[in-house]
Design a protein around this ligand. Structure first.
Ligand code: GLN
Length: 305
């Protein structure tokens, strides 16, 4: 097989025609300012070898990719009890959908849609003494990078226009599935989404999900190998919202996308990979990123299937 370096170069050539397809998320005003014509991809192998291509230095808003980190913390703190507050079924609906939340009487379908992640934010607020500090400390630890930070401008810009998320939080509160103050939970959730990383940092942050042989213990957050496996399962079934089936079909790696255009994915036992390209398809997933991952598993003939 060719090495990953050659493969990334081939992928870059192949996806070039997609560079101007799709639109970046602009319902978060601060994200509308990002240059949409970017592409970066980075593979970090479980033995520590980094292979990268394209825009690698610029940090982007990880947005919903953050949900993998909030699930890790919540599962570590609450164990199986967590699933009384959120289910683990693919939703087949948009990431910010409200309809099912009403039908399911305030129990979100899974932790990777907004409703689910807002419940996780509430769980963390109840469990942690200083939620903002401890969340960031965990993300820095898992990324092995103390420079990772929130972007306050992105978070407040999202809050200003966050009507749907506010509606979701209100409905959760109505059904008794939000313990803390609505406004406080939303602010914490938007801060989590505002965390910035570049592709190299994101692939490094996903490495512990690819590497079940070494202990998952970061800033006091511990997960068993079995819990890590289960987080991968939820990424596979729910990580791309109503595109999860298509993503599974095309790519075949547990992964999580965000409307900042980032994707983190893992090939268990081998590597973690991150892509970034801000133009999104109509389901809110990066056009170039999804195609690049599809080509990666096709060219290498390596996937979990
Ligand atoms: N912060 C975004 C929101 O809540 C995250 C959505 C996403 O990345 N899919 O709308």
């Amino acid at each position: 097989m060719k090495d990953y370096n050659e493969i990334l170069k081939e992928i870059a050539i192949e996806i070039e025609p997609l560079r101007h397809i799709g639109r970046q998320a602009d319902y978060i005003p601060a994200l509308a300012k990002v240059n949409p014509d970017r592409f970066g991809m980075c593979i970090t192998s479980t033995d520590g070898i980094v292979t990268e291509y394209g825009d690698m230095e610029e940090r982007f808003s990880i947005q919903s990719v953050t949900k993998v980190f909030s699930l890790s913390m919540s599962l570590s703190l609450k164990g199986e009890q967590l699933w009384t507050r959120v289910s683990k079924e693919p939703s087949g609906a948009a990431f910010n959908s409200l309809i099912q939340l009403e039908l399911d009487r305030g129990i979100p379908k899974n932790p990777f849609i907004n409703a689910g992640a807002i419940v996780l934010a509430d769980v963390l607020m109840s469990e942690l003494e200083s939620p903002l500090e401890e969340y960031l400390a965990f993300v820095r630890a898992i990324s092995n990078d103390p420079t990772i930070d929130y972007n306050h401008e992105v978070a407040s810009s999202e809050r200003e226009k966050g009507y749907i998320n506010a509606a979701i939080a209100n409905m959760l509160k109505y059904y008794g599935n939000l313990d803390n103050d609505i406004e406080d939970v939303l602010r914490f959730y938007f801060m989590q989404c505002s965390v910035e990383m570049n592709c190299r940092q994101l692939s490094r942050a996903f490495l512990p999900f690819a590497n079940r042989k070494s202990e998952f213990l970061f800033n006091g957050i511990h997960l068993t190998a079995s819990q890590v496996k289960r987080i991968n399962a939820i990424m596979q079934t729910c990580g791309f919202y109503n595109d999860a089936g298509e993503y599974s079909y095309l790519v075949g790696l547990p992964g999580k996308s965000g409307v900042g255009g980032g994707i983190g994915a893992v090939y268990p036992g081998r590597y973690a990979v991150a892509t970034w390209s801000p133009r999104l398809n109509e389901k809110g997933n990066s056009v170039m990123g999804m195609k690049a991952l599809e080509l990666l598993t096709t060219y290498t003939n390596e996937s979990i299937f």
